[in-house]
Write a protein of this length. Structure first.
Ligand SMILES: Nc1ncnc2c1ncn2[C@@H]1O[C@H](COP(=O)(O)OP(=O)(O)OP(=O)(O)O)[C@@H](O)[C@H]1O
Ligand SMILES: Nc1ccn([C@H]2C[C@H](O)[C@@H](COP(=O)(O)O)O2)c(=O)n1
Length: 243
């Protein structure tokens, strides 16, 4: 609600792309700069994986996994200054980034019943920001693999953020190993290219769907990519003020 009591419709920015293209870091920064909420949908798949492992489930048991995910008490903290993820009372923000979760998460993200459950939760979170900005902002930047196409195809701004495989591997190697030399890139390949190959079997995030804008960050610095996405959003929602 505005100060006058009238309803203000929040802007919805949807961003998809492959692993290491910069979705999380760039979208979080753009959300902070525009005073929007930030929704990391990959973190929801990671939290679901953590929850199922914590319950001692066999992740290949699709029925048991689906039932557990439907029962999961998942709370997404969407403030871009301090995003966090809770399952019940447990803050799992750090645990869901562990290699054991990264290595197992595709078992859930390729389970179509799990996708349906998480898609519904993502739509509810996005709709809450669209209608009343319940995180205190004037909209949301939501990123993942199927936000532009499945979860929020009606978003105000839809962007596919890509980068060459070479650039994505180098970025991830630098982030994880502190260097992008040949050994570090080789060690990173399975986590980036391998996971994308599995996830690509159920969602399309390598090519832009109709009406989705393509932002290729291969030759852009982090700041240049943030500026490019900001420009795309401000083009559609010029009333938003940057911070
Ligand atoms: N344009 C850029 N130039 C250089 N480095 C970048 C750029 N964009 C992002 N990075 C860096 O690349 C790394 C990967 O980015 P990020 O984690 O945001 O990717 P992602 O698409 O969210 O990956 P995933 O889907 O696997 O979580 C981070 O260390 C980030 O700081
Ligand atoms: N909307 C989404 C978001 C994420 N995934 C999958 C892809 C990854 O394997 C996993 C974790 O995502 P990340 O944190 O690495 O971005 O979840 C998906 O299928 N759909």
């Amino acid at each position: 609600m505005s100060a006058l009591g009238t309803s203000v419709r929040g802007v919805v920015v949807a961003v998809d792309g492959p692993s290491g293209s910069g979705k999380s870091s760039v979208c979080r920064q753009v959300a902070a700069r525009l005073g929007l909420a930030y929704l990391d949908t990959g973190a929801m798949y990671r939290a679901a994986t953590w929850w199922c492992l914590d319950q001692g489930l066999d992740l290949g048991d699709q029925l048991a996994v689906t039932a557990a995910v439907r029962a999961m008490d998942l709370r997404m903290g969407m403030d871009p200054a301090a995003p966090h993820v809770r399952v019940g009372e447990t803050d799992v923000s750090a645990a869901i980034r562990e290699p054991a979760i990264s290595g197992a998460v595709s078992l859930l993200s390729t389970n179509l019943d799990v996708r349906a459950e998480l898609n519904a939760r993502q739509r509810a979170l996005i709709d809450a920001e669209r209608t009343d900005g319940s995180s205190g902002g004037t909209g949301v930047v939501a990123e993942g693999r199927d936000i532009t196409t499945v979860v929020a195809p009606d978003a105000d701004v839809r962007v596919l953020l890509t980068a060459s495989e070479e650039a994505r591997l180098a970025r991830r190697a630098l982030e994880v190993h502190g260097t992008a030399d040949a050994a570090a890139v080789a060690a990173t390949r399975a986590h980036v290219v391998g996971r994308d190959a599995k996830d690509s079997t159920v969602v399309e995030f390598q090519t832009a769907a109709d009406g989705v804008l393509l932002l290729d960050s291969s030759a852009l610095s982090f700041e240049e990519t943030v500026s490019a996405l900001l420009a795309l959003v401000l083009d559609v929602a010029p009333g938003l003020a940057t911070r």
